[in-house]
Ligand binder design. Structure first.
Ligand code: G3P
Length: 222
């Protein structure tokens, strides 16, 4: 499963890139707004740090506007993926842009039938929002599982990008469900590295090694 960071924070992106396991970046208007900087400038800077897919989301609602903005973003850099909302106009725009060879990430997907429609429209990936479904007492991971199943049934090439990951458990469950990609905040990504038994085991190994070295030095001195 590919790992994307869901952030527009350049420090987090740099830290993630240095760790070597980040395959791409997703952004959304809320994440970009938090940085308080020009949209194009931000996206272009991200493309200089990560050479995998970088999702840039439109903030327009009509098909014509989405086509205009999608075509524009796709020209900025070859690894930009245009992110469109899963609405009627968004799915229409997805079909047209995908036919032109532009990679589309269909976002705000909350049902398996929306996912079927975007696959038929040729989307490069679909983003089911796991955490936001859990927030309303629905089962986000189950949605990911259903989409993976439907895509396998009909051999759709659209990838399932599990979004709105709130915990390492979400990431595990989406990997088990067969998601192709999971996108997560830096904090969740960073937590994937940790296990208390790794730390405890390492501490014991090093303590044993230090003791053995001292014992060996002592016996040589005898
Ligand atoms: O970028 C889309 C998605 O990952 C947002 O996550 O935590 O705001 O529901 P969240």
């Amino acid at each position: 499963m590919k790992i994307f960071l869901d952030t527009a924070d350049l420090n987090e992106i740099r830290k993630g890139a240095a760790l070597g396991s980040v395959d791409g970046i997703t952004t959304n208007p809320s994440l970009i707004a938090k940085q308080g900087r020009d949209f194009k400038e931000m996206i272009m800077e991200i493309t200089t740090i990560i050479d995998g897919p970088i999702s840039a989301e439109v903030t327009t609602l009509t098909k014509e506007e989405m086509l205009r903005d999608g075509r524009e973003y796709a020209k900025w850099q070859k690894n930009i993926v245009v992110k469109l909302p899963t609405t009627r106009e968004g799915v229409e725009a997805c079909k047209i842009l995908s036919d032109e060879g532009i990679r589309i990430n269909m976002t705000l997907c909350f049902s398996p039938m929306q996912a079927l429609l975007v696959a038929k429209a040729g989307a490069w990936c679909v983003s089911p929002f796991v955490g936001r479904l859990d927030d309303i007492s629905s089962d986000g991971v189950e949605l990911v599982s259903q989409i993976v199943h439907i895509y396998q049934n009909y051999d759709y090439k659209t990838q399932v990008l599990a979004a709105s990951m709130r915990t390492p458990l979400h990431v595990l469950q989406c990997a088990l469900a067969g998601a192709h990609i999971a996108t997560m905040p830096f904090k969740v990504f960073d937590a994937l590295y940790d296990h208390p038994l790794t730390d405890k085991g390492l501490k014991n190994f090093l303590a044993d090694w230090e003791k053995a070295k001292k014992d060996m030095a002592k016996s040589k001195g005898k």
